[in-house]
Ligand binder design. Structure first.
Ligand code: ADP
Ligand code: MG
Length: 259
C-alpha cells in the first residue's frame, strides 16, 4: 500500500571521488517487495549507488541512507550485511580454488561468526551449525538449478553459473534487501529469461526486496516493478516500469546504453 513504510530511504545522497561527483543529490524510497531496476548509461553512477548502500564508499558519501528506519552512515559493510542487506557483484568475487558449495557457504560466514561470538556457543554447536550451513547452501544451489555442480571446483564452472552462484552466496545471509549489479552482464540473450525467472522466484514468497542495476531492457521489462533512471549521477526518471521505459525523455537518455 502507498502508506507502507519504506525498507530503504535515500535522502540527498552524493558520492564524490577526487572532486568528481559520481552520484549527485539522489533521493528515493524503496518499499518492501518492490523489484526496482536502476538503469542508465555507462558512468551514470549506478554501481556507485549500490556501493553507497552496501557501505563500500563511506568516506566519499554525504547524505542519509536508512534501512528499515535505521541510519546506515556509521555502519561498516559487514554490519550492513548483518542488518539484512545482501549484494551480488558485476564480476563475482568467488574463490576459484574452493568448490561451488564452499563459495556459497562463505556468504554466511560473517553473519554466523557474529552469532557465535554473541552466544559463546561450544564446539558441538559450531559443528552443527556448520552442517546446517552446508545444507542451506546446497538447498540454495538447488533453487538455482545448480545442485549438480555443488562439488565442482569453481574454476571449472561457466560464467553464467558464476553469476548465479554469486547470488546464491548473497542469499546465505538471508537478506531482506538484495542489491544486484548487472546480473545479466556477460550472459547471452537466451540466459536473460532464465535470470528473469530466478528473480520472479526470489520475489514469490513476498519477503524480498530487490534493487538491481541492469543494462538489458528485456530483463527490466520482464522483471522490474519500477525503474529509476540515472544520468550523470542524477535521477532523471522514477516510476512504474512501462511508464518510464516508454517515455520519450527516457528514450533520449538511453543513447550510449547497451540494449
Ligand atoms: P555505472 O555503474 O553507472 O557505469 P559507476 O558508478 O561505476 O557508473 O561510475 C560513476 C562514475 O564514478 C564514473 O565516472 C567512474 O569512473 C567514477 N568512479 C566509480 N567508482 C570510483 C572509484 N572507486 N574511484 C574513482 N572514481 C570512481
Ligand atoms: Mg556499473
Amino acid at each position: 500500500s502507498a502508506s507502507e513504510a519504506p525498507i530503504l530511504e535515500i535522502a540527498d545522497l552524493t558520492v564524490t571521488f577526487g572532486g568528481v561527483k559520481a552520484v549527485t543529490g539522489v533521493s528515493s524510497k524503496i518499499k518492501p517487495q518492490e523489484l526496482v531496476a536502476v538503469v542508465g548509461p555507462n558512468g551514470a553512477g549506478k554501481s556507485t549507488l549500490l556501493n553507497a548502500i552496501s557501505g563500500l564508499v563511506r568516506r566519499q558519501t554525504v547524505g542519509d541512507i536508512r534501512f528499515a528506519g535505521q541510519p546506515l552512515q556509521e555502519l561498516s559493510p559487514h554490519r550492513r550485511a548483518v542488518a539484512g542487506i545482501g549484494r551480488s557483484f558485476q564480476n563475482p568475487p568467488l574463490v576459484d580454488r574452493m568448490s561451488v558449495v564452499e563459495n556459497v557457504m562463505a556468504g554466511a560466514f560473517g553473519i554466523r561468526d557474529y552469532r557465535v561470538v554473541d552466544q559463546l556457543v561450544r564446539w558441538r554447536k559450531v559443528a552443527r551449525s556448520e552442517r546446517a550451513r552446508e545444507l542451506q547452501a546446497r538447498t540454495s544451489l538447488d533453487f538455482f538449478g545448480l545442485g549438480g555442480i555443488a562439488d565442482t571446483p569453481t574454476s571449472e564452472i561457466a560464467y553464467a553459473q558464476r553469476k548465479l552462484v554469486d547470488i546464491a552466496r548473497a542469499l546465505m545471509a538471508e537478506p531482506k534487501l538484495l542489491l544486484l549489479d548487472e546480473p545479466t552482464s556477460g550472459l547471452g540473450r537466451s540466459e536473460h529469461a532464465a535470470m528473469a525467472d530466478v528473480l520472479r522466484r526470489l520475489m514469490e514468497p513476498g519477503t524480498m526486496t530487490i534493487l538491481m542495476v541492469e543494462h538489458h531492457m528485456d530483463l527490466v521489462r520482464d522483471a522490474a516493478t519500477r525503474v529509476i533512471g540515472l544520468q550523470a549521477g542524477e535521477v532523471i526518471a522514477d516510476g512504474a516500469t512501462h511508464d518510464v521505459l516508454d517515455s520519450a525523455e527516457f528514450q533520449a537518455s538511453l543513447v550510449g546504453t547497451k540494449r
